[in-house]
Write a protein that binds this ligand. Structure first.
Ligand code: ASP
Ligand code: MG
Length: 502
């Protein structure tokens, strides 16, 4: 049995839902009659995991924020928008009167419930992590029901299943951790009978529940994690992640259209790429498949015939070795400076510890002893939180909140922290991007870093910070966001990744 996960962009419109249904039905047909060696049973029905329609989770969150601020009109508009976008799909994709009526009714009911939930959040005037999870859970529930109905209308047997019935987690709302033993039991009890009857389970991605039944989520982008958890729990032969790119590529294809697909990677290499910001997979996501040695494939819903990228324990020795250029945007650079000569590794360690305790992901850091500072790259959305945490950790206790003083011009908000504790300056620069060149052992004898520096030097790129792994297999640059496309194209060309198509 194969677990197929479709992300939000794969179900962004009625037409796309139709495409996904085509792929699922084709997969079911090609699996028909194939014996699952491990279980000695026919493994016809694929298991499907689906995300919310693209943009839906963000809108749900925005509605909840509006509710806490008492902006009733805003959350009502959001509810109306979501109703319209989901009903549009139903109208364009379902012709059968009964399915249409049922799913249409379900969408209306659920969104009515959402509005009630928004109203109670408004009354409380506060949004807890638990409340936020209850809100965002609506997105996946709607898309799973719609997809199951479309599959049924096309003659397949399919059933929407909420993962709140399947995946048991702790109560760390917003980024809950699955408890694999009870989850495995529930998956086998609930899903295997469906598979035996040839029913395709269409499971909600991203969401889960505590043992007591409170809705949780696995963190943003969590549907991949759902796929891996379900794959591990059901001992799937493979887990396939369908997205909107041809797999893991040598560069972002939106920037470099000629980027090549990396055909095969090891689990370690894929995890490493993810750490550098490859959006395709989050490292924790693939842990359940790694632990169970389940092969993972990244495929393109918009180009289903491409081979994609296969991620396995031991890649074949014949695979083509290529480095990947990974770029990430929507980032901020935070700089913390020490007082004269006081900067020590210890301070960097303390800063990182505080941020990790506060749940801020630090995507890259580099420190310079000569300039007495530490540079941290965080997501723009974490910037305020990150500055507040550092302010509390290093300030003299008078300031509990960061109040940035614009200093540096150029649209950056680098401010200095005047109340001196251990540090004398703290600031942020918005709209930065990172570009990492990550090699695989054996790709090239000369160090990646040297070649990347040479390329950027030739191009005259403005580099704000650099971080390099000790192995020479990778190097990361922090640059202004508006220079990203040029920089990536230049690196791709200079590293010789173009023009050698097979
Ligand atoms: N819908 C969720 C999100 O937008 C989960 C996912 O798409 O994987 O984060
Ligand atoms: Mg995703």
């Amino acid at each position: 049995m194969i677990v197929h996960k479709f992300g939000g962009t794969s179900v962004g419109s009625g037409e796309l839902f139709g495409r996904v249904a085509d792929i699922v039905i084709e997969q079911q047909a090609s699996a028909e009659g194939v014996l699952d060696d491990r279980k000695g049973v026919q493994s016809a029905a694929p298991v499907v995991i689906v995300s919310a329609m693209s943009g839906t989770t963000d809108r749900l969150v925005a509605g909840a924020r509006a509710a806490t601020e008492g902006k009733d009109a805003v959350y009502r508009d959001i509810k109306a928008e979501l109703l319209a976008s989901h009903l549009d799909v139903v109208k364009s994709m379902l012709t059968d009167g009964r399915e249409r009526l049922e799913v249409g009714g379900l969408i209306e009911d659920r969104l009515h419930d959402l509005e009630r939930l928004y109203r109670s959040i408004g009354v409380l005037g506060e949004l807890t992590a638990r409340g936020a999870d209850a809100v965002v859970a609506f997105g996946e529930q709607l898309s799973a029901n719609i997809l199951a109905a479309i599959l049924r209308e096309r003659g397949a047997r399919a059933q929407a299943v909420s993962a709140t019935e399947l995946i048991v987690t702790d109560d760390n709302f917003g980024a809950a951790v699955p408890l694999m033993t009870p989850t495995g039991q529930r998956l086998r009890q609930r899903i295997e009978p469906l598979l035996e009857q040839g029913v395709i389970p269409v499971i909600t991605g991203y969401i889960a529940a505590t043992e007591k039944g409170a809705t949780t989520t696995l963190g943003r982008g969590g549907s991949d994690y759902t796929a891996a958890i379900v794959g591990a729990g059901l001992e799937a032969e493979e887990v396939w992640i369908w997205s909107d790119v041809d797999g893991i590529l040598t560069a972002d294809p939106n920037i470099v259209p000629q980027a090549q697909t990396l055909s095969e990677l090891s689990y370690n290499e894929a995890t490493e790429l993810a750490y550098f910001g490859a959006e395709v997979l989050h490292p924790k996501t693939i842990r359940p498949v790694i632990e169970n040695s389940i092969p993972l494939r990244i495929l393109n819903t918009f180009n289903p015939d491409r081979a994609g990228t296969l991620i396995v324990e031991t890649p074949s020795p014949e695979r083509k070795l290529l480095p990947a250029i990974i770029s990430a945007t929507g980032l901020s650079l935070i700089a913390i400076g020490g007082q004269d000569n006081s900067w020590a590794l210890q301070m960097a360690a303390r800063a990182l510890q505080h941020l990790s305790d506060a749940g801020v992901d630090v995507l890259m850091f580099s420190q310079s002893f000569s300039e007495q500072n530490l540079n941290l790259v965080v997501r723009e959305r974490d910037q305020a939180h990150c500055l507040n945490v550092l302010c509390r950790a290093f300030g003299d206790g008078t300031a509990q909140e960061w109040s940035g003083l614009p200093l540096n011009g150029e649209g950056s908000s680098v401010g200095s922290f005047r109340k001196l504790g251990d540090i004398c300056s703290l600031g942020a620069k918005e709209r930065v991007a990172t570009v990492s060149v990550v090699g695989v052992p054996g790709w090239n004898d000369t160090g990646i870093a040297a070649r990347a520096f040479a390329a950027l030097g030739k191009h005259g790129a403005r580099v704000i910070a650099v971080a390099q792994a000790a192995t020479e297999q990778s190097v990361s640059f922090c640059i202004p966001e508006d220079q990203l496309a040029d920089t990536v194209r230049c690196l791709h060309r200079e590293l010789g990744l173009e023009g050698e198509h097979e």
